[in-house]
Design a protein around this ligand. Structure first.
Ligand code: RFL
Ligand code: PHB
Length: 394
């Protein structure tokens, strides 16, 4: 088989890249290790920045998102038992975010891919990338007991944190930066109305909590928990009880509880790979970087990596210029480091750190108090949360 771009991974990065390339008349094949159903049952991100919304539109898959997504112009920060609203819309001159789950976005992209008759190989085992340091890269994989080969011009490594592409880059050419936080997030999804019409980020002496949602009837809540906790040890009742204790009296009163549909613990990690290009192989999304989820940046960064890479590939095929693909790594990393910085900072501001004592909470509360009373402080949070423009600082 031959194609122009072999995309490894059918998560949001791989599917979005595939759809944008299709629209531009560039051929791609997507290889995915799991089944499509498995990919769709992973509960992950929930917040889209404007640039991500725009990209879904550019890919021609925005219709359901605009119909069902919830536009949010602000969120609450809770500390010392009181809630304070960050009016993102006002502070950023009219920008918002949208609540639209990663599973829905992935489904829209999968459906569009299927409708256009584009090739996605699910359950592709033992995917391997070859010769990406030459002009004739290849990808091999196993399916139905046979080994298959794809010849291509480029390989897009959209295969997430545990993928094969980053692992195949020569160790001497790669630099990795990592910080793992000493706690995780226990998430619970339930078919209950959200406790509040916008998100609540809570700094409590018992640990961080987040009240999020997927729709007006489906809620997503998170609790900071020690990494040693096991999800099986958390009954739904224990979760709701702990969440109540981390909320303010009004939210505690309004919280509607119900059985969980999904419960899982995710670690919090900051991780960046430099560079994101190895000859004719590029890394995009979680394959190249991970952010702690506090800033809601993971999915959005994946989308903007894809946009930069897509622009570079279009320039290559339409204008016969390598300038765009040559700049991909540098452009994407600038935006990635800014989001890494914000996500790390917001995580540090909102969580309990086991070894830092009570003074650390006092510092956090003083900083939060400053941030919500200072327009400059609030605006800085708002402008980062809604997402910096694609050409910020260029
Ligand atoms: P994905 O979504 O991990 O998709 C990668 C795809 O590649 C496949 N794959 C392979 N395919 C073929 N061969 C191989 N050798 C392969 N190895 C892997 C995988 O099966 C998968 O389908 O990466 P992508 O597309 O870059 O998208 C990134 C986002 O998924 C990610 O940034 C966010 O979901 C991060 N994230 C969250 N972000 C938020 O903004 N808010 C959240 O609440 C939030 N929760 C989460 C998260 C990430 C999590 N992970 C990665 C464990 C919760 C979790 C549990
Ligand atoms: C989510 O709804 O899953 C979510 C929302 C905001 C975050 C992280 C996760 O910062």
């Amino acid at each position: 088989m031959r194609t122009q771009v072999a995309i490894i991974g059918a998560g949001p990065s791989g599917l979005l890249l595939g759809q944008l390339l299709h629209k531009a008349g560039i051929a791609a094949i997507v290889l995915e290790r799991q089944t499509g159903d498995y990919v769709l049952t992973r509960i992950r991100a929930g917040i889209l920045e404007q640039v991500c919304i725009d990209l879904m539109d550019e890919a021609g898959v925005g219709t359901r998102m605009h119909k069902e997504g919830l536009v949010h112009g602000g969120f609450d920060m809770l500390f010392k038992g009181e809630r304070h609203r960050i009016d993102m819309n006002k502070l950023t001159g009219g920008k918002n975010v949208m609540v639209y789950g990663q599973t829905e976005l992935t489904k829209d992209l999968m459906d569009a891919r299927a409708a256009a008759g584009l090739t996605t190989v699910y359950e592709a085992a033992n995917v391997q990338v070859h010769d990406f340091d030459s002009k004739n890269p290849r990808v091999t994989y196993e399916k139905d007991g046979k080994t298959h080969e794809i010849q291509c011009d480029f390989i897009a490594g959209c295969d997430g944190f545990h993928g094969v592409c980053r692992a195949s880059a020569p160790r001497s050419a790669i630099r990795e930066y990592e910080k793992v936080d000493p706690f995780g997030w226990l998430g619970l999804l339930s078919d209950t109305p959200p406790v509040h019409e916008e998100l609540i980020y809570a700094n409590s002496s018992r640990g961080f909590a987040l009240c999020s949602m997927r729709s007006e009837t489906r809620s997503r809540y998170y609790l900071q928990v020690p990494l040693t906790d096991k999800v099986e040890e958390w009954s739904d009742e224990a979760f709701w009880q702990e969440l109540r204790l981390r909320l303010d009296p009004e939210a505690r009163e309004q919280l509607v509880t119900g059985p969980s549909i999904e419960k899982s613990i995710a670690p919090l990690r900051s991780f960046v790979t430099e560079p994101l290009r190895f000859g004719r192989m590029f890394l995009a999304g979680d394959a190249g970087h991970i952010v702690p989820p506090t800033g809601a940046k993971g999915l959005n960064l994946a989308a903007t990596d894809v946009k930069y890479l897509f622009n570079g590939l279009v320039e290559y095929y339409q204008d016969k210029s390598e300038a765009g693909i040559d700049r991909y790594s540098e452009l994407a990393l600038k935006r990635i480091w800014r989001a890494e910085r914000f996500s790390w900072w917001f995580t540090s501001l909102m969580h309990r750190f086991p070894n830092e004592g009570e003074i650390a909470q006092k510092f956090q509360e003083a900083e939060l108090d400053y941030l919500i009373h200072s327009e400059a402080g609030s605006r800085s949070i708002a402008e980062n949360y809604v997402g910096l423009p694609l050409d910020f600082g260029h």
